[in-house]
Design a protein around this ligand. Sequence first.
Ligand code: BV8
Ligand code: ZN
Length: 256
Amino acid sequence: MTDAGLGAIPTVDLDRARRLLAGDGPLAVLTGAGMSAESGVPTFRDAQTGLWARFDPSELATPEAWSHDRDTVWAWYRWRQHLVSGSQPNPGHEALAALARTGRRVEIITQNVDDLHERAGNHEVHHLHGSLLRHRCDSCGAGSVIGPPPSGQLSQLTPPRCRDCAGHIRPDIVWFGEPLPAREWDSASTALAEASALLVVGTSGLVHPAASLPSIAARSGIPVIEVNPGHSGLGAAVTIHLRGPAGSILPALFPS
Ligand code: BV8
Ligand code: ZN
């Protein structure tokens, strides 16, 4: 027996998930790249498109890549910024924003570096890995407002120089091997501790410390509901796994 349009999700699982997510307690939502997949933003582990197909994203998203080949890394980020600026929130983003508009406290803890949650209307968003839309100096750390990215797929681009020192402007993004911003991690951890349930959407659960949040929730007795068409590394931390895409399942979990 399944709900129409939700593939092979047993109704009993959907009903149980709705019950665990209902109520007026604060809801924490951990999102990964799969949350933005239906908006046309490639997930972090999907093959990159076009000239980026030959690059491994986890190699490019490192301080080593930046010091070794800054112009290639800068071109990749500006291309991704261009992709995000041309994308729109999907029904999954809209469902979470609609829930917040009911007055329910919804705390979005995202690994994503796009602004689709904000553009859908959620304002409590904790960006654990930074943002494609923010830039800072790689030397003195000064924030920098720069113009829109070029629209073409360029293989090399030279980043602007800092106006205050001899540094280069870099994406305000957390690379592999870099610590997460303490303020965002602390605010996300507080939101999780106060939540009545944790919804995990579209993450492979491979990148730490973000991937540790579901087991932290489970250990403190908070129910964890996962939405993912595929298999993730979250395993035993998950109370219910709803196997399907965010764009179909989230609107069904929070009927407006
Ligand atoms: C840290 C910004 C310590 C970049 C990202 C050696 C040295 C140092 C550290 C380490 C090391 N070895 C391991 C580590 C730890 C490392 C780590 O975890 N590595 C992994 C790979 C093993 N972590 C770090 O380095 C972190 N820092 O540990 O610092 C420290 C402390 C003090 C001082 C110095 C150092 C920093 C990690 C942050 C890296 N930056 N993003 C950028 O985007 O360019 S992470 C990157 O991966 C993205 O943010 C992405 O969100 C994230 C996780 O991937 P997912 O979001 O899960 O995306 P993915 O593609 O994997 O999966 C998509 C999922 O969606 C799939 O499951 C799919 O089935 C599903 N899906 C698809 N379609 C849909 C869907 N779901 C729903 N609906 C759909 N329609
Ligand atoms: Zn500087």
